[in-house]
Design a binder for this molecule. Structure first.
Ligand code: AMP
Ligand code: ZN
Length: 511
């Protein structure tokens, strides 16, 4: 079977046929940088990262773009409150966003354009819209004339009548005075001299939010558009509908986006996690120990979660939690879910560690993967347990990224390994199998399990443990028992501790 993906445009799973399999073009709407992102936002970026990693795993090449909205009403208002230029206000939040993305193991994308550096592309697009009669100005603001685009509503399946009712919410932020309530702003005039503004044929002002994605896709990918356009389900309407309207009207008859992929929300107590409701946790609330301690003090999180920090397991638990539910299903965030995520990874890791103790990760295994793709055919697994599990893992991902089913296949392999004998080929193929799976889940460790244990101990314990070993070795040497002395050195080396002998005595360091 080949990759099938649910296309919001048709409302069906479709065979995935990119224009160029060596370079699949993916665009997803990125963050507005005026605050910390909450873990619901990261569910969206994690879903798209799963899509990206799976495409690479299947052997496609990927060229992905995620924009950064660095000019927008909330940014302007907050920057003004703090007496800052918008660039100085947004820069720290961009940095925080990129750090958070990297903390979660979300892969770096090929393009990360910012709204403020794509203004010429937006003005070009507006000129095309003007030529074809799709825009008008009113009181210095510029609007898209919605009734000039017949196909409006084909993604969201919302009729023009429903649209008049639906024209609230995010729509109102763009609303000034317009011909029709449904029309949305392309360009907003500068109201006061200290408001950030750019020159345009329609006067000094700033772009509307919807405009930037259409313009960037054109700027980066040209006439071919993108194979996949992705984002959270709340962006489907009106944002993505407006993107389609702008792009199709400006560049007539050209492809814009072929597959529309939308992730469902992360919920808290059955409600969408969102900044406006206030029912949110930022990633940093968990990823930073002192922020978690504060939450616990306020009674907003249970104290036992600190253990995840002590064991350095918070990162993998958060990643697994956001990853392991199918992207089109809603996911309720609970602390229990965070704990069970940790337990699930521990179960896989414990099994993998048994294999690693006998067969350490080799360079040969690493080189089988180039950019995340399993280089050799699946038939490399001679052991039935891994051959079957690998086939099931892959088939599940090919079926609209069914990660829950893919993980079930991994747990089947874990159970089989635990129940059977650890032969040489089970160990060898097992390490390869988990290494392959980790190209997608990226929560497993492949270092020597024994050295990991020692390094994870706190420094006090480690210190006294190593010192006692050094003393034992000194005694062996005094007795000219060179064999025992070498054994102790090797034993410590296997745990990642290196000894150095000198005239002053023996010192140690972590490898
Ligand atoms: P925003 O900064 O609100 O535009 O959101 C950035 C991305 O996160 C968009 O793709 C949203 O659809 C997505 N998003 C916002 N809230 C949630 C949530 N609770 N669960 C999943 N995705 C979300
Ligand atoms: Zn967008």
């Amino acid at each position: 079977m080949a990759f099938r993906v649910f296309n919001s445009m048709s409302g069906k799973k479709e065979d995935f046929k990119p224009a160029d399999p060596t370079n699949v073009r993916v665009y997803n709407c990125g963050p507005t940088v005026y605050n910390y992102n909450h873990i619901g936002n990261f569910r969206s970026y994690m879903s798209i990262d799963l899509l990206r990693r799976s495409l690479l795993f299947f052997g496609y090449g990927v060229e992905q773009t995620t924009n950064i909205t660095d000019v927008e009403d909330k940014i302007i208002a907050n920057a003004a409150k703090q007496g800052k230029k918008i660039q100085d206000f947004t820069e720290p939040y961009i940095k925080i966003f990129l750090e958070d993305i990297s903390y979660l193991g979300i892969q770096e994308v090929e393009h990360r354009p910012r709204a403020t550096t794509s203004i010429p592309a937006m003005i070009d697009l507006m000129k095309r819209l003007e030529e074809h009669g799709h825009l008008y100005t009113q009181d210095g603001d510029v609007y898209f004339r919605l009734r000039s685009f017949e196909d409006y509503g084909k993604l969201s399946h919302i009729s023009p009548e429903q649209l008049k009712v639906a024209a609230g919410g995010r729509f109102t932020a763009d609303e000034y005075s317009k011909e029709d309530i449904r029309d949305f702003a392309l360009w907003k005039k500068q109201e006061t001299p200290d408001e950030p503004a750019w020159d345009s044929p329609w006067g000094k002002g700033r772009p509307g939010w919807h405009l930037e994605c259409s313009a960037m896709i054109r700027e980066i990918y040209g006439e071919g558009g993108v194979d996949i356009h992705a984002g959270g389900i709340d962006l489907l309407f009106p944002h993505h509908e407006n993107e389609i309207a702008q792009s199709c009207c400006a560049y007539r008859g050209e492809n814009f986006a072929r597959y529309w992929v939308h992730n469902e929300h992360l919920l808290v107590d059955g409600k969408k996690m969102s900044k406006s409701v206030g029912n949110y946790f930022t990633l940093r609330d968990f990823s930073e120990k002192d922020k978690l301690e504060l939450l616990i003090k306020e009674g907003r999180a249970p104290a036992d979660l600190l253990k995840l920090h002590e064991k350095q397991k918070m990162q993998r638990a958060l990643r697994y939690l956001l990853l392991s539910t199918h992207y089109r299903s809603r996911l309720n965030f609970t602390f229990e879910n965070l704990r069970s995520s940790d337990a699930a990874i521990e179960r896989i890791q414990t099994c993998l560690d048994k294999l690693l103790l006998q067969t350490p990760l080799s360079d040969e295994v690493k080189t089988r993967f180039k950019k995340g793709k399993l280089e050799t055919a699946d038939s490399i697994f001679k052991e039935t347990v891994f051959a079957e599990a690998m086939a099931a893992f892959r088939t599940a991902l090919e079926d609209d990224l069914n990660i829950a089913r893919a993980l079930a296949a991994v747990f089947d392999a874990v159970s089989a390994v635990n129940a059977g004998k650890l032969t040489e080929s089970i160990c060898k193929e097992g390490v390869l199998f988990f290494y392959a799976v980790n190209q997608i889940i990226d929560v497993l460790e492949f270092t020597n399990p024994e050295s990991r244990e020692v390094v994870a101990q706190d420094l006090g314990d480690l210190e006294s443990f190593v010192v006692s070993k050094i003393e034992e070795r000194l005694k062996a040497r005094a007795e000219k028992n060179w064999k025992r002395s070498d054994e102790i050195r090797d034993e410590l080396k296997a745990k990642g501790i290196l000894l150095k002998d000198s005239a002053q005595g023996t010192t140690w360091e972590k490898a």
